[in-house]
Design a protein around this ligand. Structure first.
Ligand code: ADP
Ligand code: MG
Length: 250
C-alpha cells in the first residue's frame, strides 16, 4: 500500500532523510520510533507530499505521490492532482489542527463535500457514524474549544476517516495530551488497527507499539537502523543505537 524507495531529503546543507526504504502492506500497522530530529515527521510529510523529496520515490496504492512516470522519467504532477492524492491519505497531527470556527460535525463534513463532492446529507450521516465510532456521538454540535485534547484528537481521527483514506498517517498523536487522556486516543487507534486500516504511526508510546504494530521501524539520523516485528525490535534489538534509544524511552 505504501512503498518508499531510496528517499533522500535535505533542508539546506542538512540531509534529513538519507536513503529510506520502507514498505507497508495493506491492512498493516507500522510504528516508527526514533529520537527527536531523526526525520520521522519529514518522512510522514513526504508520504503526503507536504514535503517534496530530493531523490527516490514514494508510491501509495500503486500511484506515485507527486509524480508520474513516463518514458523512464519522472514528471511532477500538477497541484490539483497532488491535492486529489492528498485527500485519500489521512494525516493526524500532534496538535489536532481542527477548524476552530466549525462545529465538530462541520469539521467532518467540510472536506468530503468540497473535495470529494459528496452530497451534504450523505456526508452528515457519515459524520454521525464516525463520531459514534470514536465515542463522541453527543458532541456533533460542540466547537473544538469546548472539548478536551483527547476528544479533539478523536474528532481529528474521525475527520481523517471521513475521506475514506487508503492509509492513515499519525504524527505523535498523543504527544500534546495530558497523560490521563492518552489512553482514549490510543484505544481509538487500536480499534482502527483491528478493523484493518493501513496505518503509519509515529509515537513514543512503546507499549502501544508492542501491542498494535505489525512492524516497528527504528529511525535515527535519517536512516532506518532496524525494522521488524515488535518483539524483535523492542525486546531484542540488534543495534546498539536502538538499545540506547529504548533505554531512554522505556
Ligand atoms: P522528527 O520528527 O524525527 O523529530 P523532523 O523530521 O521534524 O524530525 O526533523 C528532522 C530534521 O530536519 C530536524 O533537524 C529539523 O530541524 C529539520 N527540519 C525539519 N523541517 C524543516 C524545515 N522545513 N526547514 C529546515 N529544517 C527542517
Ligand atoms: Mg516529529
Amino acid at each position: 500500500m505504501v512503498d518508499i524507495r531510496g528517499v533522500h531529503k535535505s533542508f539546506g546543507a542538512t540531509e534529513v532523510l538519507r536513503g529510506i526504504d520502507l514498505q507497508v502492506r495493506a491492512g498493516e500497522v507500522t510504528v516508527i520510533v526514533g529520537p527527536s530530529g531523526s526525520g520521522k515527521s519529514t518522512l510522514l510529510r513526504a508520504v503526503n507530499h507536504l514535503e517534496k523529496v530530493d531523490r527516490g520515490w514514494i508510491g501509495v496504492d500503486g500511484e506515485l505521490i507527486g509524480y508520474r512516470r513516463a518514458g523512464g522519467k519522472l514528471y511532477e504532477l500538477k497541484e490539483k492532482e497532488i491535492l486529489r492524492q492528498r485527500t485519500r491519505i489521512g494525516f493526524v497531527f500532534q496538535n489536532f489542527n481542527l477548524f476552530p470556527h466549525l462545529t465538530v460535525a462541520e469539521n467532518l463534513v467540510e472536506a468530503p463535500v468540497s473535495a470529494l463532492r459528496r452530497p451534504r446529507r450523505e456526508a452528515v450521516a457519515t459524520a454521525r457514524e464516525l463520531l459514534a465510532r470514536v465515542g463522541l456521538a453527543g458532541k456533533a454540535d460542540a466547537y473544538p474549544r469546548q472539548l478536551s485534547g483527547g476528544q479533539q484528537q478523536r474528532v481529528a481521527i474521525a475527520r481523517a476517516l471521513a475521506l475514506e483514506p487508503k492509509v492513515l498517517l499519525f504524527d505523535e498523536p498523543t504527544s500534546a495530551l495530558d497523560p490521563e487522556l492518552v489512553g482514549e486516543v490510543l484505544d481509538v487507534i487500536k480499534d482502527l488497527a483491528r478493523g484493518g486500516t493501513t496505518m503509519i504511526v509515529v509515537t513514543h508510546e512503546i507499549g502501544f507499539a508492542r501491542e498494535v504494530a505489525d512492524t516497528v521501524v527504528f529511525l535515527d539520523g535519517g536512516v532506518v537502523v532496524e525494522q521488524g516485528p515488535p518483539a524483535a525490535v523492542l525486546d531484542t534489538p540488534r543495534h546498539e543505537r536502538t538499545r540506547a534509544f529504548l533505554s531512554k524511552v522505556l
